[in-house]
Design a protein around this ligand. Structure first.
Ligand code: DAS
Length: 326
């Protein structure tokens, strides 16, 4: 029996065709996309498709992705080698990470998209789709959780970032690099990451409200005012190793007394520090005031991990442990 790959469509540039009002908008189904991939029909793979959403990826919600995680959990069976999720590139680094948190099975879940739509010269969708299907069908990619495959690079969901608005090489993993490459049609894995235990799927309730506040020069903390009574948690993307202006320390502490607050870095790579600086607003000061360090997680992924933990009713101690292991 040839391996089966489930292909799920969410929309994005890869599906976009000229809209009535100018510009392109989501239009193509997964079946339409697959029909336009040279060489795909020659692969010894059976393809199943699910037309799940047709949105620009910035309009996907956490509830869409948790629903998708539930669909994958129920649909992926013994005869499925893996799954491919097709979506817009703007939020791939977040949706792939959230799927990875909930994905318990051995099958690879490969997320892909395109930087150039089907009507553009050099449209990259077909090539990315072919590489994604090949990776999803490969034994080598099993037990790696959720992956992101574009431009023939294989990235771990928990490391990948979109780093450029237009470049074909936009997806990078600044902390550790890609796990491997698709070379001459074969996924070649050079590194492996240890799997994290999957989180239980969230109850079908409103996702927690967790804002991300990025510190900037001279920030007066206006967004922190009266925030604790309106949110379920928060992530602060601090300067450098995890710092805020000393003038905001009291506001931040007040927030951390009301809801879980995770300290990440706006730097783009590298971990939050825990024991280096001791001035007001430094990471030592903030952690002593109850903030939780995000480790190597970037602010966007830290926010999703906190949302998932709050959805599962995690205690403050469980939240600290989860971030320590992230
Ligand atoms: N930025 C477009 C894309 O790359 C739109 C989107 O993310 O949906 O797909």
């Amino acid at each position: 029996m040839t391996p089966t790959v489930l292909v799920v469509g969410l929309g994005g540039t890869i599906t976009m065709t000229p809209g009535a009002g100018g510009g392109v908008t989501p239009a193509l189904s997964p079946a339409d996309l697959l029909a336009g991939v040279p060489g795909l029909a020659d692969l010894p793979v059976t393809l199943e498709t699910t037309d799940f959403r047709r949105l620009a990826s910035g309009s996907l919600g956490i509830d869409d992705i948790t629903a998708l995680a539930g669909l994958l959990r129920s649909r992926l069976g013994e005869h499925h080698a893996g799954a491919v999720v097709v979506q817009g590139t703007d939020t791939i680094e977040e949706t792939a990470y959230l799927l990875d948190l909930y994905h318990a099975g051995p099958q690879p879940v490969v997320v892909t998209g395109a930087m150039r739509h089907p009507g553009q010269a050099g449209a990259d969708g077909p090539g990315n789709l072919l590489a994604a299907v090949r990776t999803a069908a490969s034994e080598a990619a099993r037990n790696l959780g959720c992956l992101v495959v574009l431009a023939d690079e294989i990235h771990a969901a928990r490391r990948v970032r979109k780093t450029h608005t237009t470049a074909g090489s936009t997806f990078q993993s600044p902390d550790g690099g890609p796990l491997g490459y698709v070379v001459e049609g074969r996924p070649r894995l050079l590194n492996r990451l240890p799997r994290r235990p999957a989180l239980d799927p969230p109850a079908a309730t409103r996702p927690p409200r967790v804002p991300l506040l990025t510190m900037s020069l001279g920030d007066d903390g206006v967004l922190l005012d009266d925030l604790g009574g309106r949110v379920d948690g928060a992530v602060i993307a601090g300067f450098g190793g995890g710092h805020v202006p000393q003038s905001l320390v009291e506001k931040v502490q007040k927030l951390a007394e009301q809801v879980p607050v995770v300290l990440a870095s706006r730097a783009g790579s590298g971990p939050v520090l825990t024991e280096t600086y001791g001035y007001p607003g430094s990471e030592r000061d903030l952690l002593a005031r109850g903030l939780v360090p995000a480790g190597f997680l970037d602010p966007f992924k830290a926010r999703l991990l906190l949302c998932a933990l709050l959805s599962s009713g995690a205690t403050p101690r469980a939240i600290e442990s989860a971030f320590a292991a992230s």
